[in-house]
Design a protein around this ligand. Structure first.
Ligand code: DMJ
Length: 473
């Protein structure tokens, strides 16, 4: 009996601690969002120190990106205000050029997820209207690969001026989730066909089975270089191969095969163990490059989720082991710095992480994302404690006294200085993954939802035959 009651007390203490932490995360969100709305609510992002505003879409980006987070946190008044704001301000007839990639993951993904959770029909209508403005991007080249830039009003699509003949891997492979979901929700197959065709032709771009280079030739989709990475430029293509397959309830077999091939190749060719450190290197031709971007830290969570969807028990264990080891690596990108915040990247030499350059912290989500998946997969409270450490370091160094949060420079300093920007992904992703890490697993259950790369959860669905039957032309 005494033993049993001791356990009960411990559980109670743990539950109170979790509740307190969750509330602190909600308070941080309210501060970040409230500061944005009061100072820059008609703009995209805020510089909270200077109290100035930035626009690139002119669509209230931070609000759109943050809507599903507020919905999940139970901030329904804020959510309804956001729906109303969009009804009067979401104007697509604006002569602005923007990144198709960013538009899809943040605006389209944000609208679709907010629609999925709330079933507010105006959000789906806006998502469809917005996607239609992006469609000209897919007609610039015979390959059907998207042009990286489009003008919202005129539909003029074009390449980046510094890179006319090729497109980045992440830009061609980070739209399929949003587009297949949109087709299913609107019963209009054109988005799914446009998006799936890119994956259907992806093997043309491979430099080895399952490995794709950061640049692909825009005209015909063949390799533009021989650099393979889960860092910037490559990362989310691999994520979308896996998650698009999951989102369509694993009904598209060829997509599952593409993912399996990539998942295995990454562990076989890019995984490195050096001393206590396990990480994903990049591949330049046949040479490994031992630089790990914070961005790549999403891969730990991806493999934890993938382990649950892997038929071979041995391979599932290998994936889970990598997930645990790489999460430990990403945790140390924070834990070993002076401020407790991670730099943008580390290099690894002789079993040690080197913190030498790119020492800025951009309030990025990827490590928190992996900690969320690892906690869901294992229930080990250590992952909650690691997530909390990051939250505390953020409170200490990134919270702006007058309101909001900012990215900072020099994480190896005891007092990193502000670089004055509150990125929309801090509200869309970092705070959402934190909140979910301290919530019950029934909040966004992983057997019913898949998160896009901007942390927007989309509900798994069974595709209609017409959605996955891609015309051959
Ligand atoms: C986000 O926009 C997305 O997570 C994207 O996949 C990568 N970069 C940022 C956050 O770091």
């Amino acid at each position: 009996m005494p033993v049993k009651s001791a356990v009960v007390v411990d559980e109670g203490v743990e539950a109170v601690k979790t509740l307190r932490r969750r509330q602190a995360i909600i308070d941080a969100f309210k501060d970040a969002y409230g500061t944005y709305v009061s100072l820059c609510g008609d703009h995209d992002e805020i510089h909270p120190v200077a109290k100035t505003c930035t626009d690139w879409f002119r669509l209230g980006l931070t609000r759109v990106d943050a809507m599903d987070t507020m919905y999940l946190m139970g901030l329904r008044e804020e959510f309804q205000d956001a729906v109303q704001w969009l009804d009067t301000h979401f104007n697509l007839d604006q002569d602005v050029e923007f990144s198709v990639f960013e538009a899809i993951i943040r605006i389209l993904g944000g609208l679709l997820s907010a629609y999925d959770l709330s079933k507010e029909p105006s959000l789906l209508a806006k998502a469809k209207g917005f996607a239609d403005r992006l469609m000209p991007a897919f007609s610039l080249w015979p390959s059907g690969l998207p042009a990286p830039v489009v003008n919202m009003k005129t539909g003029r699509a074009h390449a980046h001026s510094w890179q006319l003949s090729s497109v980045m891997l992440a830009e061609i492979g980070t739209l399929q989730m949003e587009f297949v979901y949109l087709s299913h929700a609107t019963n209009d197959t054109k988005y799914a066909h446009t998006a799936l065709k890119i994956f259907k032709n992806l093997k043309k771009a491979a430099v080895a089975p399952g490995l794709y280079p950061t640049h692909v030739k825009a005209q015909d989709g063949t390799p533009g270089n021989a650099y393979v990475t889960l860092n910037a430029l490559g990362d989310s293509l691999y994520e979308y191969l896996f998650k698009t397959w999951l989102l369509m309830d694993k009904k598209v077999a060829w997509l599952g095969e593409l993912w399996e091939e990539a998942a295995t190749a990454i562990l076989e060719r890019l995984r490195v163990k050096d001393g206590d450190l396990v990480y994903v290197a990049s591949l330049s031709g046949n040479a490994l490059v031992h630089t790990v971007d914070h961005l790549a830290c999403f891969a730990a969570g991806m493999y934890a989720l993938a382990a649950n969807h892997t038929d071979s028990r041995q391979e599932a264990e290998r994936r889970m082991e990598f997930a645990r080891d790489f999460t430990f690596f990403c945790h140390n990108m924070y834990h070993k710095t002076t401020s407790g915040l991670s730099p943008e990247l580390v290099t690894v030499a002789a079993g040690e992480m080197q913190f030498k350059n790119h020492l800025n912290y951009l309030l990025r989500p990827e490590t928190l994302e992996s900690l969320f998946y690892l906690f869901r997969a294992t229930g080990n409270p250590m992952y909650r404690d690691w997530a909390w450490e990051i939250f505390e370091a953020t409170q200490k160094h990134c919270k702006v006294p007058s309101g909001g949060y900012t990215i900072v420079n020099n994480v190896m300093s005891e007092h990193p200085n502000s670089a004055d920007l509150q990125p929309s992904w801090f509200l869309a992703e970092s705070l959402k993954y934190l909140f979910l890490t301290f919530s019950d697993p029934t909040v966004v259950p992983l057997d019913k939802y898949v998160f896009n790369t901007e942390a927007h959860p989309l509900r798994i669905f069974t595709p209609r035959a017409a959605e996955i039957d891609i015309p051959s032309s």
